[in-house]
Design a protein around this ligand. Structure first.
Ligand SMILES: [Zn+2]
Length: 431
């Protein structure tokens, strides 16, 4: 049953944007009617695309040595090669990015091996996209097959410079942070040429009925899956390994949830980043805004205040986690810049968070001979790179990266839109 839900949801996610419409068509006002798909408003929670002015982002980009790095990108249905993503990054003033491999509790039937999918995007990116390798910790017989999975992780971690760390999503995969498996994973990453552990910290909307529908069971949001202090032993043991606490412990469940932590996991994440040299915070997803510029997670802005109060600009890394749908990277970036300024971060601190800290933590320094190739020239689209690109925020909210996959939507047509309309309320943050 869950598989059927999963297929339908996949179809919905794939069909909610107009297939075949080039991203740039949306970005400059030509595609505001959702292209060949159903008109805006057809979806139950769709909203009119919202114009986002990126001129301040462009100024910031120039000030930060033309480097804004988004460390939280996913494979998604709207591209099956690096080029469309690179084009959107360029229009959004994002110089480089990291793509996460995701192994969920059930395999995505539309996609290949996640590490291999990531690798193909990395290899096609002219040095602009790096990968975070992962493994499947939800296999039934870890005792006998765990070694194979650790080997899978190690194999991709060895692919320097394309892969720069390992990614784990403990609540989605119900993997306790203090478990033997987690220790094996961290050890494998620590012994690799890329000793960086990128961990989802905090809850996920999949702890609840949504998880039931997609995974066949809810994800796990008890303390041992989401409380970063459960990692403290590993942080102390593997001092040469960098731990990046993704989402900084944010609550992605509502206050009436049994797993609402009142920001406690944020406080603990901040404490760990203050205490340990090898701990960083990552700030993706929780600054997301809905229609009319309202914050989806009301505590999101408060998290930035906590980081500012703790003086942790040098330990905080920018990421978006929004490219599940096209046209979302720039708007999240613009929102973040506004909120950085409101939280009192100065120009130097903002550049650290937008790129300097990521370069340091992931070892993304450019050698003189290995500068990335210039990104695709947007001239062919008749644009001037004047910094005044207006990106339209996607009519989609965050979409499940677990469900979306490279090329998955290419054979789907707008016929699927009818199903999509029925299922459109599914929109959420993942991994
Ligand atoms: Zn993500």
């Amino acid at each position: 049953m869950y598989f059927i839900s999963y297929i339908l949801l996949s179809v919905a996610l794939m069909a909610r944007t107009s297939m075949g419409q080039p991203p740039e068509a949306f970005m400059h006002g030509e595609g505001s009617s959702m292209g060949g798909g159903p008109p805006p408003g057809a979806f139950m929670n769709a909203h009119e695309p919202q114009a986002v002015d990126l001129s301040l982002v462009k100024e910031e980009f120039d000030r930060c040595n033309s480097e804004i790095i988004d460390v939280h990108l996913h494979d998604a249905f709207w591209f099956n090669s690096a080029d469309p993503l690179l084009e959107e990054m360029k229009l959004s003033h994002v110089s480089r990015g990291l793509m996460l491999s995701v192994y969920g509790p059930i395999a995505n039937p539309f996609s290949g091996d996640p590490n291999e999918v990531t690798e193909s995007i990395v290899n096609g990116s002219n040095g602009r996209i790096f990968g975070l390798a992962s493994l499947n910790t939800t296999i039934p017989d870890w005792e006998n097959h765990g070694e194979q999975e650790l080997e899978r992780l190690a194999t991709f971690l060895a692919k320097k410079p394309g892969f720069v760390g390992g990614k784990v999503a403990a609540p989605h995969t119900c993997l306790p942070l203090n478990s033997d498996i987690m220790r094996d994973v961290v050890r494998t990453i620590s012994e690799s040429p890329s000793p960086v552990v990128f961990l989802h910290i905090g809850t996920t909307p999949f702890c609840g009925p949504m998880g039931e529908q997609v995974f066949g069971r809810p994800a796990c949001c008890g303390p041992e899956f989401v409380d970063p202090t459960y990692l403290e032993d590993l942080i102390q043991k593997f001092t040469d390994t960098t731990f990046i606490l993704v989402h900084a412990g944010a609550d992605f469940l509502p206050p009436n949830s049994e797993h609402f932590y009142h920001g406690e996991n944020v406080d603990k994440s901040v404490m760990l980043a203050e205490t340990y040299d090898n701990v960083y915070l990552e700030i993706s997803a929780f600054l997301r805004q809905g229609p009319n510029g309202t914050d989806v997670y009301t505590e999101g802005t408060h998290i930035l205040d906590k980081i500012a109060d703790a003086g942790l600009a040098s330990k905080t890394i920018y990421g978006s986690d929004v490219n599940h749908a096209p046209h979302a990277i720039g708007s999240y970036l613009a929102t973040t810049l506004d909120k950085f300024i409101a939280a009192g971060f100065d120009e130097e601190e903002r550049c650290m968070m937008f790129s300097g800290n990521a370069i340091k933590a992931f070892g993304l320094e450019l050698g003189e001979t290995e500068a990335p190739q210039p990104p695709m020239d947007s001239e062919e689209h008749g644009e001037e790179d004047n910094g005044n690109h207006v990106e339209e925020a996607s009519g989609l909210d965050d979409v499940a990266d677990y469900l979306s996959s490279s090329g998955a939507g290419m054979f789907m047509t707008n016929v699927a839109s009818n199903i999509a309309m029925a299922l459109a309320p599914f929109a959420f943050v993942l991994f």
